[in-house]
Every structure is written in C-alpha cells, then in structure tokens.
Design a protein around this ligand. Structure first.
Ligand SMILES: Nc1ncnc2c1ncn2[C@@H]1O[C@H](COP(=O)(O)OP(=O)(O)O)[C@@H](O)[C@H]1O
Ligand SMILES: [Mg+2]
Length: 277
C-alpha cells in the first residue's frame, strides 16, 4: 500500500478553489420528493476539504448528515450545486462521474460483510472486482488485517467476529484499494463505549499512516472532536452549515487528550451550539 507521510500542515482550511482543496462542496441543496411532499434536507452547503484533512460532521438526528455523505459518495445526486474531487466534478447533470469515484472508500454503520466469505475475501473483494489476482489479494488482505488490528483473522468468518472486529474488517475493505478519500457514516455508532474509544485510536493511526482525506459522520461531539482537524456542525431542516470549528490539539491524541481543558472547552462550546438548535 502507498503509505504517504502524515499531513503535518494542519493550519488554516483551504480557500475555495485552492489547490490544497481535494474535495469541494459548492452551494449544494437537496430536496427529497417524498410521498407526503418535499423534504428540504440540505440548503446551500459549502465546504472545502484539504488533502489529508480529517473532517467530522455532526448535528442532530435528521439534520442531513447521511444525505451529505451519500452525495459525496456518489450514491445520491444533489438537487443543485456541485461537488468536485481533485477538481473533477463528481456529479454531471444528475449523473455520477464514475471515474471520480475510483479513489473513494466507504464505511457505514453496519459493516455489511458477506457472511459466506472469509474476512480476507471480504476485505479483498473490491480488489477482485478490479481484476487483481489471488496472490496479490491475499497479501494485501493480510497487510490490512495487521493495519486494522485483526492479525491472524484472515480465514475467520464474519459470524466469528465481535461488532468492533467486523467494523475493523469493513474499514480494511474500504482501504483495500488505497482510497484517497474515506467517507464514514457513524461507523462506530453501534459499538460499546470502550470498543469505540479503541476504534477511535486505531482510526487516528490508520489516518496518519494511510494519509487519506476523511469525512466522518457521528452524533457524538466528543468523538468528533477527538478525531477531527475541523468539526462541521449542521443545523436541522434544512441542513445548513452552522459552524466549522478547528481542533488545534496535537497529534497523535491519546485518551488523556479528552481530559485536557482545551479538548473540554471545544466540546462544551459545540454542545452549547447544538443545544441552541
Ligand atoms: N429517501 C428519502 N426520502 C425522503 N426523505 C428523506 C430520505 N432520506 C432522508 N430523508 C429526510 O431527510 C432529512 C435528513 O436525513 P438524513 O440525511 O438521514 O439525516 P441524518 O443522517 O443527519 O440523521 C430527514 O428529515 C429525513 O427524514
Ligand atoms: Mg444518518
């Protein structure tokens, strides 16, 4: 796998249109046509995300987090507005530009592993679909099991794994083809608090090693702050960006980071903003 150096420069966010911006969301609106009428899910969302940056997306349930992530992931067209990845428009007149998605990895709340495939086969499935040979797939799966903390589980079946382990396998699968952009929708939402803490630490180290740009949806403010370079807070109905909060805490962060006054101040201010909604 291509291991690029962790991004050290975590200063000001990229200006719109700047070459540092890898993912650009401009004036995105989403209106669902539901049976009971229209649902205005997102309104005028603008965001510029730098290469290697870790963005957490938070907000109340129903505020449009999943909608925005699905638009970024190419699973749902925006009603208006544009999204570009590396300068390429990912939606063209309601049609998805498949080329732009080759370097995207997706992880959802449910690991969605195939029960009849081993962990290694699940992880390497995207490679198989891309025509990579068996030997190379095995080697890559073993390497990824190591990276996500599942060494020796290559031949296990999903039913033999705990919830946390299944999410690790889902992350490994998303990383299998070296995505430059990793989109994650509440991937640890179903896990208990201790496992979640552990997964957050691992995700941090995976992000540092793999160097991918990450957009991470969560409804946990402390999880959002722990992981992010910037936390984006959405308001509900329609979802708009209420604030973008930089998290200037040193990396790597440890569980002690959460007891620091700086961490707690950022969390308190974000909770306060959320309560005002
Ligand atoms: N397919 C759909 N059709 C109609 N309304 C939808 C659909 N998907 C989501 N919505 C509505 O859009 C809003 C945003 O939903 P969602 O993006 O899932 O929010 P979140 O992930 O923040 O909980 C909600 O009001 C939800 O009910
Ligand atoms: Mg959601």
């Amino acid at each position: 796998m291509t291991i690029s150096a962790p991004v050290q420069q975590r200063g000001a966010p990229p200006a719109p249109g700047s070459p540092r911006a890898q993912l650009e969301v401009t004036a995105v609106d989403k209106i669902y046509q539901a049976r009971r009428g229209e649902v205005h899910a997102l309104s005028d969302v603008n965001l510029s995300i730098a290469r290697g940056e870790f963005i957490s997306l938070v907000g109340r349930s129903g505020c449009g987090k999943t909608t925005l992530l699905r638009i970024l992931a190419g699973l749902l067209p925006p009603s208006s507005g544009t999204v570009t990845a590396d300068g390429e428009s990912i939606w063209r007149g309601g049609k998805r530009n498949d080329e732009a998605f080759q370097h995207f990895g997706l992880v959802f709340q449910d690991a969605n592993l195939f029960p009849w495939y081993t962990v290694a086969d699940n992880i390497a499935l995207p490679l198989k679909l891309r025509g990579v040979g068996k030997r190379a797939r095995r080697a890559r799966a073993a390497e990824l099991c190591e990276l996500v903390g599942l060494p020796g589980f290559e031949n296990a079946y999903p039913r033999e794994l705990s919830g946390g382990m299944r999410q690790r396998a889902a992350i490994a699968r998303a990383l299998s083809y070296d995505p430059t952009i990793l989109l994650m929708d509440e991937p640890f939402g179903a896990l208990d608090a201790l496992t979640r803490d552990k997964m957050n630490l691992e995700l941090q180290s995976i992000h540092a090693q793999a160097g991918a740009t990450v957009v991470f949806v969560t409804h946990s403010i402390s999880e959002a702050v722990f992981l992010a370079d910037r936390v984006v807070l959405l308001t509900p109905r329609p979802g708009r960006i209420r604030s973008v909060t930089p998290v200037p805490l040193a990396r790597p962060r440890s569980l002690e980071t959460e007891t620091s006054p700086e961490f707690q101040t950022i969390v308190r201010e974000l909770r306060h903003e959320l309560d005002e909604e």
